[in-house]
Structures are given as C-alpha cells and as structure tokens.
Design a protein around this ligand. Structure first.
Ligand SMILES: C[S@@+](CC[C@H](N)C(=O)[O-])C[C@H]1O[C@@H](n2cnc3c(N)ncnc32)[C@H](O)[C@@H]1O
Length: 419
C-alpha cells in the first residue's frame, strides 16, 4: 500500500531533508553494487546523522508528532518503573540508571522524582542518546518538569564499557534495524532495497503521493524492494527461528510468507549483557514470544510505519520523515541474554507488570473529588493496561546479575514459560 494521498503533507523543508537522505541511500545502493539489505536501509532512514528520522529534526513524539509512548500518556508509567528500580536498588543493585533512547525525557523526569521520593535521591541517571535534537529536548523537559534532578543526569554517546546499575529502555528494541526474509518455493530469500526504475529526477510520480505535491513530480531517488537468495548464515538463522516457532510440527512452510529477524536487537542485548557487572536490564516494548511472532497467520511480518498518528506499510516512502518499527521477538532477546549469562528476572504483559509495581495504589493519589484529573487519569490508565490497547501487546522483560529472582513487576502474571 502506498500511503494514501489523504495523509498530511510534509512541508518543503521536510521534503528537502528527505531528498538529501534519499540521495545518501541511493549512493550507498550504488556503492554496494545495486542492492542493500533492508537493515542497512532502515539504519540510514532512522539514524543517518542529521538526516535520519531519529537523528534529524522531525517532531516524532507527542500529539504534534507521529506517535505517543507510555511515558507521555501518564506519569503513572514512570512511577511504576521507579518502584521496580527502587526494589532492585534495595536488593543491592548500584544506584545508577542507564536509559537508552530516552525520547522526550519524560520517563527520566518521572523516574528521578519518584526515586527521590522513595529515598533514592542520589541516583545517577545516564542517558545513552544517539540524537542531538532529542538530547536538547530531554534537557528542556528535565529543566521544566524536574529542575532539581537535572544535575543528576548526564548524556553518553555510546554503550559504556562497564555497567553497574539498571539499564532501562522503553520502545527501544522496536526501533533497531531488522533484516527481512521471505519464503519462496521452499527457499529463503532476503528482501533488500534497490533503486526503482522510475527513480530518475523529474520522472512522473507513480501512484500515491508524489515527492513534491506542488509539481506532482519525483525529485528524489525512489526505492523498490528486491529479493535475493539468502546467504547461508541468514538462511540458517531464519530456518532455526521458524523451527523453534514450531513450523516443522505444523507440516512445513507456507509460500509467500514474509517476516523479519531482529539480529541487531539481539546483538545489543548481548553487548549489554557482556558489560553489566552488577544490576538489571528492564525493557518494555511491543512483541511476542517466538511461536506467536512467527505464527503462519502473521504472514506479512510486523514491520510498520508511523506518520502523524497514522500507520501504513510502505517503509520506502519518504525516508527520514516516518518512523519504521518492527515488533520484538522476546524469545530471541531472552536467548541472547541467557547466552550472555544474565539471569532471567521475569517476562509479563505491560498491564501485569504495572499492576505488580503498584499501579492501583499509585493511581489512588489522585482524588476522585478532582473530577477533571480523575477522568484524565482514568483515560490514561485505560490506554496503559487495557487488553485492546497497550496492556497485552506490550511486554516487560528483565534480566539481572547478582539480584534475587523476586522482582515485584513479575510477582504475578510471569510468563517466562512462554519464551
Ligand atoms: C520509539 S523511540 C522511544 C523513545 C522513548 N524511550 C519513549 O518511550 O518515548 C526509540 C528510541 O530508541 C533510540 N535508539 C535506538 N537504538 C539505540 C541504541 N542502540 N542506543 C541508544 N538509543 C537507541 C532511538 O534513537 C529512539 O530515540
């Protein structure tokens, strides 16, 4: 599906940025001999310095952006996370937080304040953030909503060599580049990206929205998907994932199936695991255990695009202007953590995790007599915990080193058995 012409139009500056990024990607495709893996395309579309979706200037989060995440829905989310962190600090985890991909800084502000209230006012908060624009926004948020905490925060460019404390990531893994595969006639193919035949500057636009709505002409390189036989390592990894998902027992592979493999997310967990000397890793994201992720009925995978609160499924459209994301295969993440000798601390739905961390008690702090605040909080709670919204699709997962297996967030509804 090409995004419908009814999508809100990008402005001239945004189109110009996307054209520049498209030229960079086109050059990478030419340099690679005409084809790049989708993971390479996604890495540039999201993280190309100064131009990518996350590394450039687009608005991204909140009502004026493309999507809303849990820390922006309600501070209750951050207070629950802080309750889990406080328990781990009480059990001997070093009092430091490493938040990866901190968005607007809303989670950092709430967590720091709630930790201070719980007697952990000396915690160090380190944000690992790839985007300069987001760092500035995080600093603004902290200065406006938790100014006393700003001095406790520092920003890091990369994964530290040694981590002592709690690693935290909300909707982090889903933003890591994925490789795409397809099944054709019993063979595994890798979906990659090539220059589309209509890619020459000035060519007439194809169906859907033109790159330049004013002239209706294409002024940037256009991209298309192209499959090629998977290399042996990728083919082995795909076959292993599908076998573990139980496909052999279901009598083989249906043709036309497409999905993704989150190798970079698994590699990130492996490197965090190798660096974590003492403490825990807590990640919250949307996804499933492997058997559900690669269910034969999920035949088109989980790759999605978000643009101004609308979802569509053309990841090659206007690079840099839309979010690209894939769900998380939590079984693969758990396998990577265990291979790094981390201890499992739990896996549960977001709803169950938040309840375990004391959501009902925290919600009672708003008085029912304040009708406006009560109604706003009830609406936020509905989004965070309802099965039809984030409560079931989103999961919390945690591993630790040197901590007891007693995390409050997983005390009920622990589903490690499903991984
Ligand atoms: C969907 S956003 C979520 C932002 C925020 N955590 C929230 O919940 O609003 C994903 C974020 O992860 C960041 N990210 C992706 N890979 C990363 C990595 N390897 N290290 C640090 N941040 C990363 C992106 O730059 C982006 O800011």
């Amino acid at each position: 599906m090409r995004p419908a012409p009814s999508l809100p139009l990008p402005d001239e500056d945004q189109l110009a940025t996307s054209r520049r990024l498209s030229e960079v990607i086109a050059e990478a495709i030419r340099a690679a001999g005409g084809w790049i893996g989708f993971d390479a395309f996604m890495a540039r579309a999201l993280y190309e310095p100064g131009l990518g979706y996350y590394s450039g200037g687009s608005r991204k989060f909140g009502e004026a952006g493309d999507f809303v995440t849990a820390p922006l829905i309600s501070p209750l989310f951050g207070r629950c996370v802080a309750a889990q962190l406080a328990q781990w600090f009480g059990q001997g985890a070093p009092e430091a937080v490493y938040e990866f991909g901190a968005g607007t800084g809303a989670l950092a502000a709430t967590v720091l304040e709630a930790l201070a209230e719980a007697g952990h006012g000396r915690v160090r908060y380190r944000i690992v953030e790839l985007s300069g624009e987001l760092r500035a926004r995080q600093r603004e948020t902290l200065a406006a909503s938790a100014p006393a905490m700003l001095g406790r925060v520092e920003w890091l460019d990369a994964l530290p060599e040694r981590i002592e404390g709690v690693v935290l990531g909300n909707e982090l893994l889903d933003a890591m580049p994925v490789r795409l595969f397809g099944l054709a006639g019993g063979q595994v193919v890798e979906r990659g990206v090539v220059l589309a035949p209509d890619s020459a500057a000035g060519a007439p636009a194809g169906p859907g929205m033109p790159d330049d709505p004013a002239t209706g002409r294409v002024e940037a390189p256009r991209f298309a998907f192209a499959d090629r036989p998977a290399d042996s390592g990728f083919e082995r990894a795909v076959r292993a994932a599908l076998d573990e998902a139980g496909w052999a027992a279901q009598g083989g592979w249906p043709g036309g199936y497409r999905s993704e493999l989150g190798e970079q997310a698994a590699a990130w967990i492996a490197s965090v695991g190798a660096r974590l000397a003492r403490g825990a890793v807590l990640l919250i994201d949307y996804g499933f255990p492997r058997a559900e992720y690669y269910h034969p009925q999920r035949a088109q995978g989980t790759l999605m695009c978000h643009y101004r609160h609308r979802s569509h499924d053309d990841p090659l459209w206007l690079p840099g202007l839309q979010d690209l994301t894939a769900h998380v295969d939590f079984s693969a993440m758990d396998a990577a953590a265990r291979a790094a000798r981390l201890d499992s601390l739990g896996y549960a739905s977001q709803a169950s995790f938040l309840f375990g961390c004391g959501l009902p008690e925290l919600a009672m702090r708003v008085s029912p007599e304040d009708a406006g605040a009560w109604a706003r909080q009830a609406a936020a709670l509905q989004k965070l915990v309802s099965e039809a919204e984030m409560g079931e699709l989103f999961k919390a997962i945690a591993w630790g080193r040197g901590l007891p297996d007693e995390a409050i967030g997983f005390a009920r509804g622990d589903r490690r058995g499903a991984l």
